[in-house]
Write a protein that binds this ligand. Sequence first.
Ligand code: NAI
Length: 459
Amino acid sequence: MDYDVAVIGGGPAGYVAAIKAAQLGGRVVMFEKDVVGGTCLNRGCIPTKTYVKAAEYLHHIRNAKTFGITVDVGSVSVDMPRLVAFKDTVVKKLTGGVASLLKSNGVEVTRGEAKLEDEHTVSSDDKRFSAKNVILCGGSLSGRIPVPGIDHPKVLTSDGMLEVREIPRRLAVIGGGVIGCEIATAFRAFGSEVTVVEALPRLVGTMDGEISDSVLKTFRKNGIKVLLDAKLASVSDRNGSPVLSVEGEGDIEADIVLLSVGRSPDLTCLGAMSGKITAERGRIIADDHMRTNINGVFAAGDIAAGRPMLAHAAFKMGEIAASNAMGRDEKANLKNVPGCLYTIPEASSVGLTEEDAKAKYDILVGKFPMAVNGRTLASGEHGGFIKVIVEKKYGEILGVHMVGESATELISEAAVIMEMEITAHEAAEIIHPHPTFSEAFMEACADALGRCVHLPAKK
Ligand code: NAI
């Protein structure tokens, strides 16, 4: 065998797997058809955060008068080509960093599309590479829907949206999930008229219902038009512009349409082993060790079934796959994977939603509104909450859901507490600095137990 481990795909699952296997003493080759870093660094998590940051600046500029700061808000605008250039610089810096990490760990990186020939052979550009173990990390692609006219050239996926150099006057978003809500937030702040068309009765349907309600309220307050329970019938063309026809709502004409209806695993890496490696609804079945049904073949990241399609989950899966490929016996614990939504304000979740917890357990719900959190008010904000779902008998924290300033940072504390199985009784006793956003978590734990000092007494 030429290598101990061959990794197909250099995204968050793949590059972490490659580095981990090398750290454990393996001779490793990693194949990447594009630029290392995958969707997360090149077309997803990182580039979109530069747009959300720009939107936050605009939000603060528009609220500056709250603090007595005088700004000519009317003259503030976004130079889109410069923002795109900044985004590209950030992406380049991070993908370059990943390339250096791979190099410093002695991982051989091969540029090209790789496919499995058999369980020990990978082919790329007519070359064959043999490895004792193969880790499949092919990632995912933007999903499509079979709606007539959906191939209109101005219907873009998030990949295309991140290359747009002119702010559209009218942006329509098909799919009010995480990507749809983040792009809608950014472009609304940039000045676009935004309409979100969502098939379900709520936005961000995988998150807690109160988060969905809160995002909807903020969107509508900010002038984003949201159509829920919407059935998109077709996309047509009017003088070069795409027009969405939504049942019962009529036509929505736009300059650009974002299609953000989920992602589909990219299984091209299976090559000749397609059909031999067990998959379920287009995603590869892997056990907690990230092993597929074929000995020596592992799968990690977005292509692995039953796990969240999130970069931080992919990091963990890649690490575990590599450890096991190098002879260890480790399981991927993905019990408490936080999910983040980078809207304004931000939202985040870990564990069970209130709806799911209620169906399984006898629960207590504690909630602290950020409208009475000192740091939030001093920051000129007022919306949001931290909600804690607690199992009644033992006080186990089953889920934490937040909307508000820094919610995507604050969720880590909740994840740690849940991972360490610290109860709500204990969490309510932990001294948090004041004034901070984070003290609202402690207050929410206390509220669940009916002993929050900073909320009015409950009758
Ligand atoms: P998503 O699954 O979050 O949302 C897709 C939405 O489209 C759903 O609400 C669905 O009901 C709706 N939809 C589907 N078909 C539709 C139709 N015909 N008409 C109208 N609405 C329709 O998928 P999204 O937003 O594309 O994100 C893809 C993946 O990327 C997610 O799995 C997510 O985990 C990951 N991601 C995570 C981010 C984060 O953590 N902040 C940011 C961006 C992406």
